[in-house]
Ligand binder design. Structure first.
Ligand code: ACO
Length: 311
């Protein structure tokens, strides 16, 4: 009976064990996971665009090879995550269609432009840094396939963060013009990176339930604080300034006080009205349409092979 199944589900979650695809789970748990994992997968795919912009203009062959590898990793993360979502009973085709129809979201951060090479450094340091802070706890998520996917994703994200940090370090220790480029990029990416963690806890629709289910392990504000605390020392070593006049150590809280990002701006970007939302979606739709013949050819080939096996 259903009560036994629900009790077993609660027991597994409480005991820090994993829920697996064939286990019974509440419908709302399944829906929340599909929403979050799909949003995460879409973010990886859309996230290829801002940096893809710089592959052909990277300042050296080595930088180009590294950036190319990084952007390919993101495609891999997207496919990995779509596969994790598929274990919940929805197909990748359906998820992609929901993105293209504007019915599922992707991270706000990828709606900001990459106007200089230093932006590639700032994205690695701040955006991938924020992604790691957010995703390491997801390795302990109660849903097995998502938790396991996150282990590899986080390892690769660490490499991405280091490459960004190294780009910024090189620029910040270069000519005055290069230092100014690095600082300008940090000035533009700091607050959007803080906003990536989502609305403040009081306005976070899903946090309480997702934490009770052990999908999320920390609240949006707790992770945001952790990120700020981590960045301060790294900024000093980099030789760049975090653009926040209110940033200071609070001995009582044993954490830095800081200025919150503009959450109205976050809501505008999430609802489709950020600097690059239209461009990102138009590009994704065009890429999807351009790939139609590949999907058809792959399907025809698979059908032919299946036919051959039967005879
Ligand atoms: N960008 C876009 N949408 C967001 C963002 C954001 N930065 N933050 C919150 N939202 C949306 C939520 O999806 C939710 O909308 P919905 O109800 O229509 O789905 C709404 O705002 C309210 O937010 P929360 O209730 O706090 O949502 P949630 O509990 O899902 O927490 C969070 C948001 C922290 C992003 C969570 O979904 C998460 O940890 N996701 C996995 C990580 C991820 O997606 N990272 C993508 C970027 S990192 C990268 O790819 C490099």
């Amino acid at each position: 009976p259903d009560e036994d199944l629900a009790a077993y589900f609660a027991e597994v979650v409480d005991a820090e064990q994993k829920i697996e695809p064939r286990d019974w789970m509440p419908d709302a748990y399944r829906r929340t996971l599909i929403r979050q994992i799909a949003q995460h997968a879409h973010s990886e795919i859309i996230g290829m665009q801002p940096e893809g912009n710089w592959i052909s203009r990277a300042p050296s062959l080595k930088r180009k090879a590294i950036l190319l590898a990084k952007v390919q990793d993101e495609a891999g993360h997207g496919l990995y995550l779509y596969a994790a979502a598929e274990t919940l009973g929805i197909s990748r085709d359906e998820l992609v269609q929901l993105l293209l129809d504007g019915r599922q979201k992707y991270s706000s951060i990828f709606n900001y432009p990459t106007v200089s090479w230093a932006d590639v450094g700032a994205i690695g340091w701040l955006v991938d840094g924020a992604a790691i802070v957010n995703q390491v706890p997801l390795c302990r998520c109660s849903y097995g396939p998502y938790a396991r996917a996150m282990i590899r994703v986080c390892k690769e994200e660490s490499f991405h963060q280091r490459q960004g940090y190294e780009i910024l370090h090189t620029l910040a220790h270069g000519t005055p013009e290069q230092h100014a480029m690095a600082q300008d990029a940090v000035d533009r990416w700091w607050y959007p990176s803080l906003a990536m963690f989502g609305p403040p806890d009081g306005n976070s629709t899903h946090s309480a339930q997702s934490m009770a289910w052990k999908i999320k392990r920390f609240s949006n504000d707790d992770l945001r604080q952790r990120f700020v605390d981590m960045c301060v020392q790294q900024a000093e070593i980099l030789g760049v300034r975090i653009p926040d006049a209110e940033l200071r150590w609070n001995d009582e809280r044993q954490a830095y006080d800081y200025t919150q990002p503009d959450y109205d701006e976050l809501m505008r970007v999430i609802s489709g009205d950020g600097p690059c939302n239209r461009e990102r979606m138009a590009h994704r739709r065009a890429a999807h349409a351009d790939g139609q013949w590949v999907r058809e050819a792959a399907a025809a080939y698979a059908a032919k092979r299946a036919g051959q096996k039967e005879t």
